[in-house]
Design a protein around this ligand. Structure first.
Ligand SMILES: C[S@@+](CC[C@H](N)C(=O)[O-])C[C@H]1O[C@@H](n2cnc3c(N)ncnc32)[C@H](O)[C@@H]1O
Length: 212
């Protein structure tokens, strides 16, 4: 069963709430800091095409296994080429892309190691692998784990990795960033809550790293 099928239509709706808008803007700022220039981008687990619409690359490819998510992505990001498939078995020749992005996808793949080795295989020599994960030790992962225990999709199917887990798999990153230190129930003003969350030592909800 595809855990994203029942939630595909509503997937981006949260970004329109005040907290959701703050969170996605913080995430975008962190992501843009890490993305290198290049011609071709592959997003593995491209979802409904949110990042493919926003990222400025001349050649964009979205790989997405969920038919429901992919159909919406195709309609919303028609400038990208959409491909059905799984990160564990990428249907591309080696060295095909300048940049491969995995943004909160490792949480849902069957085989994390295979997905990462496939991402590296399709990168051109010197190309950049950018990975964003929902940090396992953040307050947000505690919420998502609880939702999973309660049967809320897609969290029933999620696994959470920490920064250390990812570094153990990929080695030291060339660059890294974190975003969203405020707690999921933080009241506005969110900028103040974000600064307080940093001071409190919260792990960021989103950890991002870049590897070559
Ligand atoms: C949390 S969503 C993230 C979507 C998109 N990256 C974004 O940030 O908007 C995770 C996506 O990974 C996809 N996914 C699940 N299993 C996958 C696999 N084995 N290979 C590639 N993508 C997968 C899901 O269908 C879903 O669209």
């Amino acid at each position: 069963m595809d855990p994203f099928a029942p939630i595909a239509e509503a997937y981006e709706a949260w970004y329109e709430t005040p907290l959701g808008a703050f969170v996605i803007a913080e995430e975008e700022r962190a992501l843009l800091r890490l993305l290198p220039p290049g011609e071709s981008l592959l997003e593995v687990g491209a979802g409904t095409g949110y990042w493919l619409r926003r990222l400025p690359y001349p050649r964009k490819v979205g790989l997405e296994p969920s038919e429901a998510m992919r159909r919406l992505g195709q309609a919303r990001a028609p400038e990208a080429v959409w491909v059905a498939g799984r990160g564990e078995d990428l249907p591309f020749a080696e060295g095909s892309f300048d940049l491969v992005l995995l943004f909160t996808t490792l949480e849902f793949v069957e085989d994390v190691e295979k997905t990462l080795s496939e991402a590296r295989r399709v990168l051109r020599p010197g190309g950049a692998l950018v990975v964003g994960i929902l940090e396992a030790l953040s307050p947000w992962a505690a919420l998502y784990r609880r939702l999973g225990e309660k049967g809320v999709l897609p969290w029933t199917r999620a696994r959470f990795l920490s920064r250390e887990d990812l570094l153990a798999l990929l080695g030291p990153p060339e660059a890294e960033a974190g975003a969203v230190h405020l707690a999921p129930e933080a009241p506005p003003p969110f900028l103040e809550a974000e600064a307080a969350g940093r001071r409190a030592g919260n792990r960021p909800a989103l950890y991002l790293g870049r590897w070559r």
